[in-house]
Design a protein around this ligand. Structure first.
Ligand code: SF4
Length: 443
């Protein structure tokens, strides 16, 4: 029996074979057990790293389970984000409404933790019973004299990608509410979530170039910096799937231009520095960028060469949230001798899949919005050695007996920047070459 549902065939493409462009950006097929998460989860992922804000989940306790200190976003200051609060709705609130419970939870938590702002997330059940979350937030905001922002994200109302958009709209309510003056050569970093301290690696490059980083949205994020984000000269957007909507809003409303970059792999990391220097039309910045790239290449290439010699010929499966990151991963793997044989994402766009198609060797499987059964079949069919994915892909890899690299929000090792490239090569080597896999292979 085929593992691919008939209605999903157009979301799977094999490079080098004739056929139309891959279909994407459509709702998941009922019954296909998509790897995608819900709308609420998408919004929570984006807003979670704002470390001096209160994050209150209005819904049953189950919705909050996955968010309690499970993500690797680090903070250099407050750590309120690591606590996950829920109104813990029960039958009583489902029948009589949960507004009173929400109001009292908000007031108590603000009193106790004194956050700079509060985000209140609506979940599926709140969408069904129709609590007026907006009105409660408005009331508390007026009483406590602080931003209390509703995040209208009932899980059933689309997919994770819709949650990103809702989070951006919530952030847009904060942007522009402060007016601190900042230097002209300034940027905001959008779409880096400071997983395992990655943002701090990037900040160091920009600092060496002489660029002022105004707000980091949302990795190691602070409410007051986000309020002042409209003052920056440029928005530099990584993880464009989650943050491009905010960049577009800021462009329309405040005229802040934006550019899309990736900090994964040495090629894309270097391009990011050059493109930012180029934007400011400054020879001084460009020279600084060249100096960083030159030094890092000299440091990295000999190390990567040794990994390449050992990994040459290995095959990888990539399945990540957004397809833009997959492009950088394909290039980074190539640098260490690993060929990508399957590549897919939960929320990729047609343009990005086209770039992937052009980049990959013939016979690479490209897949949109996949599920465990399909992914397992692709692993077996291609004889892959390594799986790169997130928390939901880890069990698939281990059950099939192949190495796994977590490239999602739960990881504890920084994979961005030049330092991240070394860590990535090290991890791919360790997992692909582990002696444990000899015991999983069937005779
Ligand atoms: S789908 Fe609904 S019930 Fe499930 S976690 Fe998301 S918001 Fe909560």
């Amino acid at each position: 029996m085929s593992s691919i549902l008939l209605e999903r065939e157009k979301q799977i493409h094999r490079t080098g074979k004739a056929g139309n462009a891959i279909e994407c950006s459509k709702p998941s097929l009922a019954g296909s057990v998509s790897q995608r998460a819900c709308v609420f989860c998408g919004s929570r992922v984006v807003l979670y790293p704002i470390s001096d804000a209160l994050h209150l989940i209005h819904g049953p306790i189950g919705c909050a389970a996955y968010t309690w200190d499970i993500r690797g976003s680090l903070s250099s200051g407050p750590e309120l984000h690591r606590l996950s609060f829920s109104t813990d709705l029960h039958e009583r609130e489902v029948i009589f409404g949960g507004e009173k419970k929400l109001y009292s939870a908000l007031c108590d938590l603000i009193e106790k933790y004194k956050p700079e702002a509060a985000f209140v997330y609506s979940t599926c059940i709140v969408g069904v019973i129709g609590d007026d979350v907006e009105a409660v937030c408005k009331k508390v905001s007026a009483e406590k004299k602080m931003p209390v922002i509703p995040v209208q994200a009932p899980g059933f109302n689309g997919s994770k990608k819709d949650g990103y958009k809702i989070a951006c709209e919530s952030l847009a309510k904060l942007v522009g509410t402060s007016s601190r003056e900042i230097p002209e050569i300034s940027i905001n970093i959008l779409g880096d979530f400071n997983i395992a301290g990655e943002l701090w690696i990037l900040l160091d490059y920009y600092r060496k170039m002489g660029i002022y980083v105004n707000a980091t949205i949302t990795g190691d994020g602070r409410v007051n910096d986000i309020r002042n984000a409209h003052k920056a000269s440029l928005n530099v957007v990584q993880c464009s799937g989650s943050m491009m909507h905010l960049a577009k809003i800021m462009n329309e409303k405040y005229g802040v231009p934006f550019m899309k970059v990736s900090y994964f792999g040495i090629e894309d990391m270097s391009d990011a520095l050059y493109e930012v220097a180029n934007f400011f039309k400054s020879e001084k910045l460009m020279n600084k960028a060249r100096e960083i790239v030159r030094n890092e290449f000299a440091r990295l290439m000999p190390v990567l060469k040794t990994y390449k010699a050992k990994l040459e010929g290995k095959k990888a499966v990539i399945y990540v949230g957004g397809s833009f990151k997959a492009i950088s991963l394909i290039k980074a793997l190539r640098l260490i001798g690993v060929r990508t044989v399957v590549v897919g994402s939960q929320t990729g766009t047609a343009d990005e899949y086209e770039m992937i198609r052009e980049l990959c060797d013939d016979d690479t499987i490209i897949v949109d919005d996949s599920n465990p059964v399909e992914l397992s079949q692709f692993v077996k069919e291609t004889g892959a050695d390594i799986f790169i994915g997130g928390v939901k892909e880890r069990p698939i890899a281990y059950k099939l007996g192949l190495g796994f690299c977590d490239h999602n929000h739960e990881r504890k090792e920084a994979l961005a920047g030049y330092e991240g490239m070394i860590n990535f090569a090290k991890e791919i080597y360790a997992t692909a070459m582990s002696p444990v896999w000899q015991f999983t292979k069937q005779e």
